[in-house]
Design a binder for this molecule. Structure first.
Ligand SMILES: [Zn+2]
Length: 112
């Protein structure tokens, strides 16, 4: 392969006690700032790939954080439900009271 057509990216690999560098062997078919890159190392393509990965991470993290907040609040919410179901003057067939009882049963695993 002609060096002028080779990707300019320097690849670094680490062994047990060694460090090995070599130029990417792929063809440099994408130009950026006067240098040639393969598709994998082309800086704008790398940025698009990283931005997309960050978006996926951010979305997954938001879902995990929401679940964690609910999990953290669950004991307090259950305690409040138990207080409300007994202390508030609900009528026997109040939909709110039924919802509270159902939520308590679900939380305590007695809803089956
Ligand atoms: Zn490359």
């Amino acid at each position: 392969m002609n060096d002028k057509q080779q990707c300019c990216e320097l690849i670094v690999r680490y062994g047990n006690l060694s460090r090995y560098e070599h130029q990417c062997p792929r063809a440099g078919t994408y130009e950026h700032d006067g240098k040639l890159y393969c598709k994998q190392h082309h800086p704008p393509t790398v940025k698009v790939r990283r931005d997309k990965a960050n978006e996926v991470y951010t979305a997954k993290n938001a879902v995990a954080m929401a679940a964690w907040r609910i999990e953290r609040a669950a004991p307090d919410l259950l305690a409040v439900c138990k207080i409300m179901v007994n202390d508030v003057g609900w009528t026997q067939h109040s939909p709110t009271r039924k919802a509270l009882l159902a939520a308590i049963a679900k939380a305590e695993g007695t809803d089956d």
